[in-house]
Design a protein around this ligand. Structure first.
Ligand SMILES: NC(=O)c1ccc[n+]([C@@H]2O[C@H](COP(=O)([O-])OP(=O)(O)OC[C@H]3O[C@@H](n4cnc5c(N)ncnc54)[C@H](O)[C@@H]3O)[C@@H](O)[C@H]2O)c1
Length: 265
């Protein structure tokens, strides 16, 4: 039976894919006929673990260890992946985020008591990381003369705002604006660019944090129409759809996947 969500052999790069949401996106893409998945993470062991999972399930993957805030390192990783799989990247999922590879210990302070060196933990990975990876894949994606997909995982913090997370919200909103402009520039090459805005998602790390604080979890979930945290699968389903050949006429959009925490017009 044909797979409406097939990647039809396109090579994918998923950043921050060593755990959590990115891991599940990498597994989903590999299971739907990716020609290969470059599993990026700053932590090599994590990336390699996901590569092993994909290979055990019969898919193709390599680990791409680098910090996405380093443009030269990102370009080298993309080149290595393209050589390994014999074709340019056709799907980029910018997922690496949160506070990045080396969070500044002062991030918890009010942002007005700190400065750009601290804010950069958020801006670096969530905005420059997205721009670096996108810049690295676009030349090859255009040269393929075939459908291409740019997908960025943002947060409802970037659509709706989130108290005490101003630099993070700024970076995520910036990434969504960047995707919209990419959509306008690259539509003529059959390349689409969209963002997925997620809310509380029970990755293993988030689950561990919440298990110790059931009262906070209860109060948080009161704001969700579907009263549970999201799962990595909830997010990966949307990423797969946007990466597949089922979505060629969808571009420049931000899709909330958030249990109804906020609603888009
Ligand atoms: N989990 C949530 O509740 C939630 C909510 C809103 C948005 N998000 C966003 O969803 C995405 C995935 O979140 P998650 O909770 O699964 O993440 P996570 O923190 O569990 O995992 C992120 C992975 O990215 C890697 N990474 C971090 N900085 C990197 C860098 N500079 N270069 C390369 N790799 C790097 C980490 O090593 C880690 O393995 C992020 O963009 C995050 O901002 C998550």
């Amino acid at each position: 039976m044909s797979d409406i969500l097939s990647l039809n052999g396109r090579v994918a790069l998923v950043t921050g894919a060593g755990q959590g949401v990115g891991r599940q996106i990498a597994l989903h893409l590999a299971a739907h006929d990716a020609g290969g998945v470059i599993v990026n993470d700053f932590v090599l062991d994590r990336a390699q673990g996901v590569v092993d999972e994909i290979k055990a399930a019969g898919g193709k993957a390599i680990a791409g260890q680098c910090d996405v805030t380093d443009l030269a390192a990102v370009k080298a990783m993309v080149k290595q992946g393209e050589e390994a799989f014999g074709q340019a990247v056709g799907v980029l999922v910018n997922n690496a985020g949160n506070a990045g590879a080396n969070p500044n210990p002062e991030l918890a302070k009010p942002f007005w008591e700190t400065g750009p060196d601290v804010w950069n933990s958020f801006i670096g990975v969530n905005l420059y990381g997205v721009m670096n990876c996108t810049a690295a894949v676009i030349p090859g994606m255009i040269a393929r003369k075939a459908p291409g997909r740019l997908i960025t995982i943002i947060s409802d913090a970037g659509r709706w705002g989130d108290a005490n997370l101003e630099p993070y919200a700024a970076a995520k909103a910036g990434a969504a604006g960047f995707m919209r402009s990419c959509a306008r520039t690259l539509g003529r090459y059959q390349i689409t660019a969209n963002s997925i805005a997620i809310a509380l998602t029970a990755t293993p790390a988030v689950r561990r944090r919440l298990e110790g604080d059931p009262e906070t979890l209860r109060r948080t979930l009161e704001k969700y129409v579907v009263r549970r945290p999201g799962t990595p699968e909830d997010i990966a389903n949307m990423a797969l759809f946007l990466a597949s050949d089922a979505s060629p006429w969808i571009t420049g959009q931000v899709y909330p996947v958030n249990g109804g925490f906020t609603m888009a017009l």
